[in-house]
Design a protein around this ligand. Structure first.
Ligand SMILES: [Zn+2]
Length: 219
């Protein structure tokens, strides 16, 4: 068991590379055989790390071949996240909140096909909630724009995200990590514009002192 090792790792809370102290490390080896001869060893490492920035604890497993510095397999628990669940996710209506929770779980597991399909369902839910059942996504987006929930440009962006989701559902398309993040930018913008900012504006309005009416000038 080796500990007291420090390593730079991505922290899910800090959202950047931070110094982590190794609290516990267990290693094991497994012989690699060829024609009855031991030619190398697979080395397994199980490590528990604590972030020096926020104190969060994570688990890392990795596998390497003998003295080869290249890591063959590397896994983390919790998985390293690409995107943090926004604070306003709790403001969403029940169905959308439930879809969102599952979409972020899929993001954390790098299940990009599931994210793409999930985003399409979220948009469908927003359309039904705000402008009622529509014949197509195109009509739904047009209604969202027409009713002033989003602008024309946001509507065009949303159509692109829906196309990606449809391609995933009907043609098995898996977007890249970069594309997935762009799709998430678009859907997060939609949800903020249609739900979260409304709620925020109401809170600000309720706490803003009203302007006193000016007394008419005495003649
Ligand atoms: Zn941290």
């Amino acid at each position: 068991m080796t500990k007291n090792k420090t390593r730079r790792l991505f922290c899910n809370n800090c959202l950047f590379l931070t110094s982590h102290d190794c609290l516990y490390c267990l290693t094991d080896s497994e012989p690699v055989m060829s024609r009855g001869q031991r030619v190398d060893d697979w080395l397994h490492y199980w490590e528990v790390y604590k972030c020096r920035g926020c104190g969060s604890v994570s688990f890392r497993y990795y596998l390497s071949l003998g003295g080869d510095p290249d890591i063959a397999t590397e896994e983390y628990y919790p998985p390293r996240i690409a995107r943090k669940t926004p604070a306003w996710a709790d403001d969403m209506p029940g169905e959308i909140q439930s879809y969102l929770t599952q979409v972020y779980a899929a993001l954390h597991a790098n299940s990009r096909w599931l994210v793409s399909c999930g985003v399409r369902s979220i948009v469908d839910s927003v359309i039904r909630d705000k402008v009622g059942d529509q014949n197509s996504f195109k009509d739904g987006i047009a209604e969202l724009v027409g009713e002033g929930f989003i602008g024309k440009k946001e509507g065009d962006h949303l159509a692109v995200a829906i196309d990606a989701g449809s391609a995933s559902i009907h043609r098995g398309y898996t977007p890249s990590e970069k594309e997935t993040n762009k799709v998430m930018d678009i859907v997060e913008h939609l949800l903020q514009a249609t739900y979260s900012l409304d709620a925020a504006a109401k809170i600000v309005k309720a706490h803003t002192p009203t302007r006193k009416k000016r007394e008419p000038k005495k003649k």
